[in-house]
Design a protein around this ligand. Structure first.
Ligand SMILES: Cc1ncc(COP(=O)(O)O)c(C=O)c1O
Length: 383
């Protein structure tokens, strides 16, 4: 069945006791067992180890990305942490995209290194650079594409080949395009991680995460860490995310169309120094994205002439766009990564990978494109 059908129906069956069309919020700590010998016979024991509402979302997401299992977490970072703990140990090494969400960089450099795990941040847009970073003890390649915030993109199939040769697990953070536009597992990745906070919820209502696996071995390793560390999604969050997923494709198509119009507007504007959007021909990895994805997403970044000072002025004064962290929601947001989402990436590293001080990140929402452009035009005139 097609993606739009599955995003509504996969994982969800009417409640057998009442007929409720929506999976109920099973707000329960524990599940009564019929007898000692029939322990687990209904599939649930204790909500840290599994919950029916969360399970419905997990089944939906596994289906949408052609995985065999999905584990949902309290946040996207919870998913990334569990995946790193599942596949890395003292003495192992991982190659991570040199541009990645600031929280992923912080987790790797400031938490995982405490346990004797080493990381190399390689230019994921260049498969040769990724291959060159691989060592004998490389156990994981972690690719974020498109990457937050510069929207650098990577060739998932090429990096999957490198990982396979190295005997490493290839994990793709597929948050920005979702399985609707980018089927990371079909392209060769072993595990895809998501911040469901973003396009899957889509309404700025929750924080959540997911890790979707292609093999039982990887799924079991992630589930073991999840049950051991207790990083789970709550039933309420799962329920809200289940509703969000049903309109994901429609929201993403409209938000991406808005993003394309905005990127073209910015590219032609005399006050804009540079603009980046994977859908623009000028984007350095435009052809890779065209080859491996069916859409370009709804994130755009640009630099105003006048750099940081002009950019700050624009972000502080712009109407309609809200200055806030997060992305992927129906509300259009503007973010300054250097002071907000990527503040924990050291200045030298930010400069090395192109997270410039004046970078203005846009998460394009579902409003009328004309209104969004008009607000940008006004703010640019004043900047
Ligand atoms: C690409 C990407 N991955 C992971 C995360 C972390 O997700 P969460 O905020 O749900 O922990 C984010 C958050 O912004 C992100 O942008």
């Amino acid at each position: 069945m097609g993606f739009r059908t599955r995003q509504i129906h996969a994982g969800v069956t009417p409640d057998p006791t009442t007929g409720s069309i929506l999976t109920p919020i099973y707000q329960s700590t524990t599940f009564v067992q019929p007898s000692v010998d029939e322990y687990m016979s209904k599939g649930f024991t204790y909500s840290r180890s599994g919950n029916p509402t969360v399970k419905a979302l997990e089944a939906k997401l596994a289906d949408l990305e052609n995985g065999i299992d999905c584990a949902c977490f309290g946040t996207g970072m919870g998913a990334t942490t569990a995946v790193m703990l599942a596949f890395l140990e003292n003495g192992s090494h991982a190659v991570v995209s040199d541009v990645a969400y600031g929280g992923t960089y912080r987790l790797a450099t400031k938490v995982m290194t405490r346990f004797g795990i080493e990381f190399t941040f390689a230019n994921a847009a260049d498969p040769d650079a990724v291959a060159a970073a691989v060592r004998d003890n490389t156990a994981m390649i972690f690719t974020e594409t498109p990457a937050n915030p510069t929207l650098k993109c990577a060739d998932i199939a090429a990096i999957s080949e490198i990982a396979k040769k190295a005997g490493a697990v290839h994990v793709v953070d597929n948050t920005l395009l979702t399985p609707y536009y980018q089927q990371a597992l079909d392209l060769g990745a072993d595990v895809s991680v998501h911040s469901t906070t973003k396009y899957m919820d889509g309404h700025n209502a929750t924080v959540g995460g997911a890790a979707i696996s292609k093999s039982q071995e990887h799924a079991d390793a992630i589930r073991f860490i999840q049950n051991s560390t207790g990083s789970i999604m709550s039933p309420q969050v799962a329920w809200l995310t289940l509703q969000g997923c049903k309109t994901m494709s429609i929201r993403m198509d409209q938000q991406s169309a808005n993003a394309m119009a905005i990127a073209e507007f910015l590219e032609a504007h005399p006050k804009v120094e540079q603009v980046s959007y994977p859908g623009l021909k000028s984007h350095p990895q435009h052809d890779i994205v065209k080859k491996q994805a069916t859409g370009f997403g709804a994130m755009v970044w640009f630099e105003v002439k006048g750099g940081l000072t002009a950019g700050k002025k624009l972000m502080d004064s712009i109407e309609l766009w809200t200055l806030a962290e997060n992305l992927g929601s129906v509300e259009s947001l503007v973010t300054h990564p250097v002071t907000m989402t990527h503040a924990d990436v050291e200045e030298a590293e930010r400069q090395r990978v192109g997270i410039i001080d004046g970078l203005v990140r846009l998460s394009v929402g579902l409003e009328d494109a004309e209104d969004l452009i008009e607000a940008l035009e006004k703010a640019l005139d004043a900047a």
